[in-house]
Design a protein around this ligand. Structure first.
Ligand SMILES: Nc1ncnc2c1ncn2[C@@H]1O[C@H](COP(=O)(O)OP(=O)(O)O[C@H]2O[C@H](CO)[C@@H](O)[C@H](O)[C@H]2O)[C@@H](O)[C@H]1O
Length: 475
């Protein structure tokens, strides 16, 4: 089966978050299941430079200005790159200008991506399309109103990012007038890219079973729960995995020392390197916590800052790596200044520092208010830092809390606390610090964490089965 994946980012070419990890890892995982994936990406400068003068696979109709698709191969990934310099040939990140403000023409830019996906799927004879997040949301709309039916799956990585644009955008999209309605792109009077993705796809997936249930409730549905309940039969949750070759503490060149479940001792060198990198005191005994993630309301870093007194009372240290909300960035810097040697903050996006955090911390904090799946906790399990997570979404599905029964049964892999509650996070930090100080008990927890299967194997089989189902239903 030939599948066209379409997304706005993918490792190793362009990454702002977990979407890129998933889109980058799925092709190799699906190849093992007999699904040949080609990934369509926008031609940002980093992408077009990486593929150089690759051959042109398709000249596109001029709907959004001159555009063509170049075909290239990068590692295990077959690529189609949308070369449209007027939309993508700019400095900054995929979604925003260097100052951080979203590009004003994001609606047109990502409409062009969806349009290119539909054109490519038909012209190049793909069996199915896999669209990721709102940026790929119009692929299904262009397919539905196009020349040939191609079945599609839409995957929600984060319901919070909806791609909502003024209704004035609609005429520029070149879709039939009746597509602007409840049965189409219309979303609270605006144009909704995510809404369109959910409306037109044959199947909707999200990245964990628990999040698949949560998004069908008003509390977590972010305005789309009604639509998702209406399409409940088409919605399922497939857990994310990690590329376990890319994320392997036994071979990771970014670490100060490599280690494995069988030989975790070299972790101590990573701990020392992490403390040095984040300006923490070289203390061998302090329970060392790390946070890696976007500094956004979703991720709950504000809760950690509230819980700092509890963490310090337990004798802990905290390393924070993140970028995002300016007020949160400042608050992290302030906490580091106020508690020199105990709290350290690196503000920025730094892959090497992230890997060091997973490899050197005792425990990685993932205190999200909601979390579709989460990759930080999977990295933490793989790198032997039993994660302390909020009991929500994919975090609830991937971490077994070290409660007395789980400890007695020998199956605990981390700690959980109720989402959004700073006092409970404080209590959980103190419980975790006590567990860390029990060296033999913690070594067992670490071994359990490192023994978890965080690979793509099971989930790739689930995706492959879903793609086969929609292609068969269409035959
Ligand atoms: N400052 C920094 N420096 C270096 N690396 C950093 C970093 N900040 C974050 N990262 C890295 O970016 C990735 C973040 O992935 P997540 O899945 O945790 O969150 P994100 O919210 O971006 O993804 C959304 O999509 C993914 C994929 O489906 C879902 O798992 C998730 O729940 C959903 O919110 C991790 O690989 C992490 O190490």
């Amino acid at each position: 089966m030939r599948l066209l994946a379409v997304a706005s980012e993918a490792v190793p070419l362009v990454k702002t978050g977990g979407l890129a990890d998933v889109v980058g890892a799925l092709p190799a995982a699906l190849a093992a299941q007999g699904v040949a994936v080609t990934t369509l990406l926008p031609g940002y400068p980093a992408v077009t430079e990486a593929i150089g003068g690759a051959p042109v696979a398709l000249d596109l109709p001029d709907r959004f200005g001159p555009a063509r698709l170049r075909a290239a191969r990068r590692g295990a990934m077959d690529l189609l790159v949308l070369e449209a310099p007027q939309h993508f040939g700019r400095a900054g990140n995929p979604y925003s200008a260097p100052g951080g403000a979203p590009w004003e023409d994001n609606g047109i830019r990502f409409a062009a991506l969806g349009f290119a996906a539909a054109e490519a799927a038909v012209a190049l004879g793909f069996d199915a399309v896999h669209a990721h997040d709102w940026q790929a949301g119009l692929a299904g709309a262009y397919l539905a109103h196009g020349r040939r039916r191609v079945p599609s799956v839409f995957t929600i990585h984060n319901l919070a990012f909806q791609g909502q644009f003024p209704a004035a955008l609609f005429p520029a999209l070149g879709l039939p007038e009746d597509a602007f309605g409840l049965a189409g792109l219309e979303y609270f009077g605006d144009v909704g890219f995510l809404k369109a993705g959910l409306w037109y796809a044959d199947r909707i997936t999200t990245v964990s079973p628990t999040y698949a249930e949560e998004i069908r409730t008003p509390a977590a549905g972010m305005g789309l729960d009604g639509l998702l309940r209406g399409r409940a039969g088409a919605v399922s949750g497939i857990l994310n995995g990690l590329d376990t070759t890319e994320w392997n503490p036994a071979t990771d060149a970014a670490l100060a020392a490599r280690f494995s479940a069988a030989d975790p001792a070299p972790r101590a060198a990573n701990r020392a390197a992490l403390q040095a990198r984040f300006g923490l005191a070289p203390d061998d005994a302090a329970p060392l916590f790390a946070f890696v993630g976007r500094l956004a309301w979703q991720k709950g870093m504000d809760l950690v800052l509230e819980a700092v007194p509890a963490l310090l009372e337990a004798g802990g240290q905290l390393a924070v790596l993140g970028t995002g909300d300016a007020a949160l960035e400042a608050a992290c810097r302030d906490a580091a200044a106020a508690h020199r040697g105990r709290v350290g903050a690196v503000i920025g996006f730094d892959e090497g520092a992230a890997r060091l955090a997973y490899a050197g911390a005792d425990s990685v904090l993932v205190p999200s208010r909601f979390e579709p799946c989460g990759l930080a906790q999977l990295c933490a399990l793989r790198y032997g830092a039993p994660p302390l997570v909020a009991r929500t979404g994919g975090l609830a599905d991937t971490v077994i809390d070290a409660n007395p029964m789980a400890l007695a049964a020998g199956c605990a892999t981390g700690m959980q606390f109720p989402p959004g509650d700073a006092a409970m996070l404080g209590a959980a930090l103190q419980r975790t610090a006590a567990l860390i100080r029990d060296r033999a008990g913690w070594a067992r927890l670490r071994a359990n964490a490192m023994g978890c299967d965080v690979s793509w194997d099971r989930s790739a089989a689930s995706y492959a089965a879903l793609f086969r189902e929609i292609v068969a239903a269409d035959a």
